[in-house]
Unconditional design. Structure first.
Length: 299
């Protein structure tokens, strides 16, 4: 299938998946090369070369763990009906084989220790919970910011144990409304109101008591929910006319990228959310998680 698509006219290649998308968006907004470093696992093949080239073009510094026996993970995305429908077929391959040993490589260890902000997708719970624990503990011990994303409903249910092992280290949690509802169900909150779920999630036990947990729930075209310090705020989302909506694939990743781009600059949470909304709004007007290179964020 991938070979067939590669031979099609107009095929585009982007450096994915979810976390790498977020890092590309953050770099687009920050405009300073190598603010973001991404670590993941790839094969030794042409796709890994394309992946690295596309990430570097976006300004992201990549430190891939390269596998001898597994090809680079790929995801074919077919968009139809002017962006209204999408079909994704993923082959995770090497992406499923990242190991904690990659963090022990001297250059990687130096990058890890130098960083002040960390972001890990919930999908990584299926790959290396040990790595998540290592980074979470490091962030906690050095009072750095550790953020994660619930990423998918099935993770809340089928990977509950590693998710909750990581939870005490989470300073900032991202999720959409569907994932939040499943999390509430699995945790036995007995709640269905998105605001109440956000508050309850923010109040779960936390290791680093020097900062309060921030919970951010997106809801597509509905308000973004923020829970912190026992309070909830809502932020309106820009509603686009239907003719401008091209592709919602990557909107959540873009939101996180926009949020983090402001966070690392010391902006308050409200500014981070506003930038996240802006980034997501721009991305859904284009095909894939792409962005116009000359467009700049103005707060």
């Amino acid at each position: 299938m991938y070979k067939e698509m590669a031979g099609m006219a107009g095929v585009e290649y982007l450096a994915g998946g979810a976390t790498q998308n977020s890092m590309r968006v953050a770099q687009w907004i920050l405009r300073k090369k190598h603010c973001a470093t991404f670590m993941g696992s790839v094969g030794k093949d042409s796709f890994s070369k394309t992946l690295e080239e596309k990430a570097e073009e976006a300004g992201v510094k990549v430190r891939y763990q390269k596998q001898d026996d597994h090809p680079t993970g790929t995801c074919a995305v077919v968009i139809t009906k002017n962006g209204a429908c999408r079909s994704l077929v993923a082959n995770l391959a090497a992406a499923n084989h990242f190991s904690k040993s990659h963090l022990d490589v001297p250059e990687n260890k130096a990058l890890l220790e130098k960083a002040k902000f960390y972001y890990i997708s919930g999908f990584f719970l299926t790959v290396s919970p040990e790595t998540i624990q290592t980074i979470g503990k490091h962030a906690c011990e050095h009072n750095k910011v550790f953020s994660m994303n619930l990423s998918a409903p099935f993770l809340c249910e089928h990977f509950k144990k590693p998710m909750m092992a990581a939870f005490p280290y989470i300073d900032i949690l991202f999720s959409n409304e569907t994932e939040a509802a499943k999390f509430s169900e699995v945790q036995g909150f007995g709640l269905t109101d998105i605001r109440e779920i956000a508050l309850k999630t923010a109040s779960l036990p936390k290791e680093n008591e020097k900062r309060s947990r921030i919970v951010v729930f997106t809801q597509g075209a509905d308000n973004v929910i923020l829970a912190k310090d026992g309070k909830v705020k809502e932020f309106p989302v820009v509603r686009l006319p239907e003719e401008k909506l091209i592709d919602t694939n990557g909107a959540g990743d873009a939101f996180v990228g926009g949020f983090l781009a402001q966070l690392v600059q010391g902006r308050d949470v409200a500014d981070c959310i506003k930038c996240g909304i802006w980034a997501a709004t721009e991305i859904i007007q284009r095909s894939g998680c792409t962005f116009p290179p000359d467009l700049r964020y103005e707060d």
